[in-house]
Ligand binder design. Structure first.
Ligand code: NAP
Ligand code: G4F
Length: 350
């Protein structure tokens, strides 16, 4: 049987690392694009590293950047993947206000560069684009595949472009190109500047006596937070359908940052969150997305995808992991949930 080849942009990110684990277990040959950095930037995939000198290895890393057209063209033509999972992006909404041009170059034009490379290659490559619930912005919840977009940041504007250019290349050139409109998904591998991880990490540091306070922005914003490994399965399923389409992936529940604080501080045994939290206006955004709640009924019906982990369980999983990272003893309810709900889990517990 022919081994399937996947190319992942953003392989060193939260989602890229889980997807690599998932596809390797599905016997794929996995190629990932990594950026040159002055320090190692592969910590999320180090447990998957394979010595390039050994036979039979199935994970290959290539230097590249989404802003470099020639590099993207060359990699697509050299690797000839069956599937491309395009996850690479400047993914921080607040940062996109500081670096709008770079964000658009990477997130919008980066997507175009890959689609052009696929088109020019003439190969029957399937393409998954990581679109985002941020595209809905101001539109009233619940948001589904038919909800109009009203982006509220340079990041969201760039993702709207990436969404439409993906659709266009599907319609104009017959490319199997799909958008996954994923709502926020989190976990122990989440970047430490996103709010959930910033909170779980700070709580562990407070417990360990390293820090006393956490500085945050808007506590009233509400998000539909799910557990990242489950969302990776949806990405895969989207590319295994008979026809290329776009899908919303979400839990259907929404909670405020304040609720996340309440739940997390309580679970960590620290009691009320108020004494530990200060508001720092630096973290406010020039325009905010107030409420996101996803309606993932299409994914449930057509992909058979449904999330098992909901808000409270997610909080516990993240706190347990950050406690463990600092050598603290977690209460373990998060770990227990994972064992019960995913007896055959495919990802490494952090
Ligand atoms: P992440 O952890 O921030 O990872 C982003 C990845 O993109 C990293 O591997 C990063 O490389 C890479 N990257 C950034 N700029 C690049 C460039 N110019 N060229 C090549 N690679 C570049 O993001 P994530 O949470 O895994 O999200 C994956 C994708 O889904 C992103 O496109 C994000 O916008 C989208 N999304 C995420 C969520 C969510 O809740 N997580 C929801 C909806 C959509 P370095 O490691 O070198 O920085
Ligand atoms: O954790 P966040 O930075 O995630 P945000 O902006 O929702 O974006 C994430 O999810 C998107 C999907 O909807 C992805 F497309 C995107 O790539 C990224 O993964 O902020 C969540 C909320 C915001 O309303 C923010 O204003 O938390 C609020 N918040 C309050 N204090 C904070 C902070 N956010 C951050 N990052 N840091 C704070 O101190």
């Amino acid at each position: 049987m022919k081994i399937k080849k996947a190319l992942i942009t953003g392989i060193t990110g939260q989602d890229g690392s889980y997807l690599t684990e998932f596809l390797l277990l599905k016997s794929y040959e996995v190629h990932g694009i990594i950026r040159r950095a002055s320090t190692f930037n592969t910590s999320r995939i180090d447990h998957l590293y394979q010595d390039p000198h050994l036979n039979g290895m199935r994970l290959f890393l290539h230097y590249g950047d989404l802003t470099d057209t020639g590099n993207i063209e060359r990699l697509v033509n050299q690797i000839k993947p069956d599937e491309i999972y395009h996850l690479g992006a400047q993914s921080h909404v607040r940062v996109s206000f500081d670096m709008p041009e770079y964000t658009v170059n990477t997130d919008a034009l980066g997507t175009l560069r890959i689609l052009e490379a696929i088109k020019n290659s003439g190969l029957p490559i399937k393409f998954y684009n990581a679109a985002s619930s941020e595209m809905f912005g101001f539109s009233l919840p619940p948001q589904n595949e038919n909800t109009p977009f009203h982006p509220r940041s340079p990041y969201a504007c760039a993702k709207v472009f990436s969404y439409y250019i993906t659709r266009l290349y599907r319609e104009a050139y017959g490319i199997f190109a799909c958008n996954g409109i994923l709502f926020n998904h989190e976990g122990p591998r989440r970047g430490p500047t996103f709010v959930t991880r910033k909170i779980s990490r700070a709580i562990a540091r407070i417990k360990a006596g390293i820090e006393k306070k956490i500085y945050l922005g808007n506590l009233d914003a509400k998000r539909d937070w799910g557990y990242a490994p489950e969302y990776i399965e949806a990405m895969y399923l989207i590319l295994q359908q008979e026809n290329p389409e776009d899908y919303v992936v979400a839990t259907g529940e929404s909670h405020s940052v304040k609720e996340f604080l309440e739940e997390a501080f309580k679970y960590a045994g620290l009691g009320d969150w108020q004494p530990y939290v200060e508001i720092d206006p630096r973290y406010f955004r020039p325009a905010e997305v107030e409420v996101l709640i996803g309606d993932a009924s299409k994914s449930k019906k057509e992909l058979g995808w449904e999330p098992k982990i909901k808000f409270q369980e997610l909080v516990k999983i993240m706190i347990d992991a950050d406690f463990r990272k600092l050598g603290l003893n977690p209460s373990g309810e998060g770990d227990k949930t994972l064992k019960e709900k995913f007896p055959n889990k495919w990802w490494k517990i952090d």
